[in-house]
Write a protein of this length. Sequence first.
Length: 75
Amino acid sequence: MEFLYFPTDKSEYIPAFITLVIFMIGAVAAMYLIYIKSKKDEAYYDEKYKDQDYYDEKYKDQDFTNDTRKKSDEE
């Protein structure tokens, strides 16, 4: 028997194609539902925390440039 099986009767591909289509539709539907839920959560978060500027007030004097080299390394 060969490693890969390619049927001579091409009608055997029909159930595999139908299964593929069903799973692809399910995957697209799941991603759409996740997208909708994400948008709802984003709107809820924005509404709940719209008046809080916690990050801006707490870290306004700090520098976040990510430059960890010493002054002697620049030369």
